[in-house]
Ligand binder design. Structure first.
Ligand code: GKR
Ligand code: MG
Length: 430
């Protein structure tokens, strides 16, 4: 089998005005859909965070993808690594977008998922079978809560659809207080059945965010696992002070502070497992993580760890060194969601409910439309490949969104400045 074509389609999907430590989400989130086509006309799909630089990177490796055997993934990865070397996108210490990835890992990760989908379709087996086979049929996901301004995103921007009901109404409602977040959590859990909750923090004074956690605990009871993620904008002292208040209330505290040394200092002082998708984000970071003890849980993400097979390798390393494994997410559509679910189904020690932004999105370039959660879980199934088909009309519409919206990269600080002129990202805010 040979790859004869490689399609790269940037898209923009509606995203509500969600707040985080880096600022505010734009009305559209950017993704890139990749498609590899074989000489026998089978296609495979992948997806990755978007932007003009991502598209340019993928265009630059086209010659390393087309003409290859999709089974020969290791050789393709080596060529892509040789092409990009150690180049990264984003500076971890001045991180305004919270996304930081090696360009080789990011590009290969998407191509690898597409090749695995293609191989799965060609041999009539699900992608999880290419990763060692399922150890679970159902993959639990967690509710991902955000402080937010009122607004539905997309063309509506800060406006809302007055006819919306249920989760669609809650999705566009403002949530700027502990009570607002509790209402958001109740609506999201009712609609999707999630059984654990993650709050995106780093937005307000730590006191407000800690009180929001206590309000969630009060509303949902101590049996519902809670997580808080300030995206590293607390100082070590702040993280220790507020971490101590949260002891006994959190399943884990995600990236309270910046860098492995800082995280290790917090880990020594606070009796809550720390988790990260910011200070340990590549295999090169693992020696430091193990030496310093910067976190007890690593949030895997095949988009920046270099694909699904690399994520299985990460899982083995986590098991060897006694680290827990969870999964990180960014705004995404169903191609990434299915890839995440196949990975989580095949990894025995991925024991935490995975993150997903999926409820915040509404569009879907897949036949059959939006994927459904069943009582908070995604059921993996036995359909070949990722178990999805591309809706080419819907994809074309989302590509038109990309062209029309004019965004070429994620910049949460710039979006925030439209609402609060002069607002500046601070690597350490509190
Ligand atoms: O979408 O605002 C967001 C998140 O903050 C995202 O960018 C992060 O990468 O979800 C992520 C996280 O867990 O840090
Ligand atoms: Mg995080």
């Amino acid at each position: 089998m040979r790859i004869t074509d490689f399609h790269i389609t940037p898209i923009a999907i509606s995203d509500p005005p969600l707040l985080n430590a880096a600022g505010l989400h734009a009305p559209y989130a950017l993704r890139v859909i990749v498609e590899v086509v074989s000489n026998d006309d089978i296609y495979g799909l992948g997806e990755l965070p978007g932007g003009a630089d991502v598209v340019a990177d993928l265009e630059a490796i086209r010659h390393l993808v087309v003409g290859r055997d999709p089974f020969h993934l290791t050789a393709m990865a080596m060529d892509i690594e040789a092409h990009f070397g150690e180049a990264v996108s984003g500076d971890r210490n001045a991180m305004r977008t919270t996304i930081h990835s090696r360009r080789a890992a990011r590009s290969f990760g998407a191509v690898e998922v597409a090749c695995l989908d293609l191989i799965g379709k060609a041999i009539g087996r699900p992608v999880c079978d290419l990763l060692g086979g399922k150890v679970r049929d159902r993959v639990p996901f967690s509710a991902y809560l955000f402080y937010k301004y009122e607004g539905a995103g997309g063309e509506l921007g800060f406006d809302t659809d007055p006819n919306a009901t249920g989760w669609a109404a809650a999705r566009q409602a403002a949530a700027l207080t502990p009570e607002g977040i509790v209402a958001q959590a109740q609506a999201m859990c009712q609609a999707f059945g999630f059984k654990s909750l993650k709050l995106k923090g780093g937005v307000f004074e730590p006191e407000v965010e800690v009180n929001t956690i206590f309000a969630l605990r009060e509303a949902f009871g101590p049996q519902v696992p809670l997580r808080l993620d300030p995206n590293a904008v607390w100082s070590v002292d702040t993280a220790i002070a507020y971490g101590k208040k949260l002891e006994g209330a959190l399943e884990y505290l995600e990236d309270p502070t910046r860098g492995q040394e800082g995280m290790a200092a917090v880990a020594r002082a606070v009796d809550i497992p720390l988790a990260t998708n910011m200070c340990t984000t590549s295999f090169d970071d693992l020696p430091g993580s193990i030496r310093l003890g910067s976190e007890r849980v690593i949030l895997s993400d095949h988009h920046f760890w270099g694909g699904l097979r690399a994520s299985v390798e990460l899982a083995r390393i986590c098991r060897t060194f006694g680290r827990g494994l969870s999964m990180h997410s960014n705004s995404h559509v169903g191609i990434s969601l299915r890839a995440m679910a196949h990975l989580a189904a095949a990894v025995p020690n991925l024991t935490y409910a995975c993150d997903t932004h999926y409820p915040w999105q509404v569009e879907e370039p897949l036949v059959g439309g939006r994927l459904q959660f069943d009582d908070g879980d995604l059921v993996v199934g036995d359909a070949p490949g990722l178990g999805i088909e591309l809706d080419r009309v819907a994809l074309a519409t989302l590509h038109e969104n990309y062209v029309r919206c004019g965004l070429t990269r994620r910049d949460d600080e710039a979006e925030m400045q439209k609402v609060q002129p002069g607002w500046k990202f601070k690597a350490t805010r509190w």
